[in-house]
Design a protein around this ligand. Structure first.
Ligand code: SAM
Length: 221
């Protein structure tokens, strides 16, 4: 059986009881970075630790046959990412697709994901929303995606690096208008968690006054 296991996005206390139980019982654990996951498992003080298998974007496809062999042999396999819910802007989709095609048993241990945490904290309407993931780096491609989603109702959620956050707010103002409501949600669940809200113009003025650091999710509507 394959277990897709969500892990905390910055606060160890957010690990679920079920996630811990499953991490203790799986024989193998697919993870993006074996060192990160190794340290994380140590912090959890588990009675039993799974064997770690490196499983990051670039090797996902080539590792699938190996994982399928393990599943065929009847062992329990888990999948985690460095943080949050696997597959959400993280590896795993191709493996799950393959397991669906082959009819293997799978379940997901739900838990933290930065996009949901940001949406909940944003104060923006949440009935309908679109998740855009990370935008491409090239200006033209970014603009094109922002324009495409303008046709769709509801909040938009983007993962962004602190180095491009000022640029993204300017782009949103240009494509969606200066009065678009924005929430910059950074360092969620961590010590320096902060949510900066206002119109595109207000948020732009605020973030231009200082350096915005850490992990960021932008919600706008
Ligand atoms: N799978 C993860 C999830 O479920 O949210 C996302 C992985 S993606 C590679 C990493 C990005 O998620 C970061 O660059 C940032 O945009 C966002 N992120 C992750 N943790 C965060 C946090 N604690 N606060 C704000 N954003 C976070």
């Amino acid at each position: 059986m394959l277990y897709i296991i969500a892990t905390p996005i910055g606060n160890l206390g957010d690990i679920s009881i079920r996630a811990k139980e499953v991490l203790e019982k799986v024989d193998y654990l697919l993870c993006e970075d074996t060192r990160n996951t190794g340290q994380f498992l140590k912090l959890l003080n588990l009675s039993n630790s799974p064997k770690l298998i490196s499983f990051y974007d670039e090797v996902e496809e080539q590792k699938i046959p190996e994982v399928i062999k393990l599943l065929e042999s009847g062992v329990e396999v888990g999948l985690v990412s460095d943080a949050g819910t696997p597959i959400i802007s993280d590896p795993g989709f191709k493996l799950v697709r393959k397991c669906r095609q082959l009819g293997y048993l799978m379940t997901s241990i739900p838990g933290p994901s930065a996009l949901i945490d940001a949406l909940v904290l944003s104060g923006l309407p949440s009935g309908r929303f679109s998740y855009l993931g990370f935008l491409p780096k090239r200006d033209g491609e970014r603009k094109k995606i922002l324009e495409q989603y303008k046709q769709i109702d509801g909040a938009k959620i983007v993962y962004e690096s602190p180095f491009r956050i000022n640029k993204l707010v300017e782009e949103i103002a240009k494509v969606y208008g200066e009065t678009t409501n924005i929430a910059i949600c950074r360092e969620l669940t961590k010590k320096f968690e902060e949510v900066i809200t206002g119109t595109a113009v207000e948020v732009s003025q605020e973030i231009n006054k200082r350096t915005i650091k850490g992990e960021i999710v932008v919600v706008f509507c």
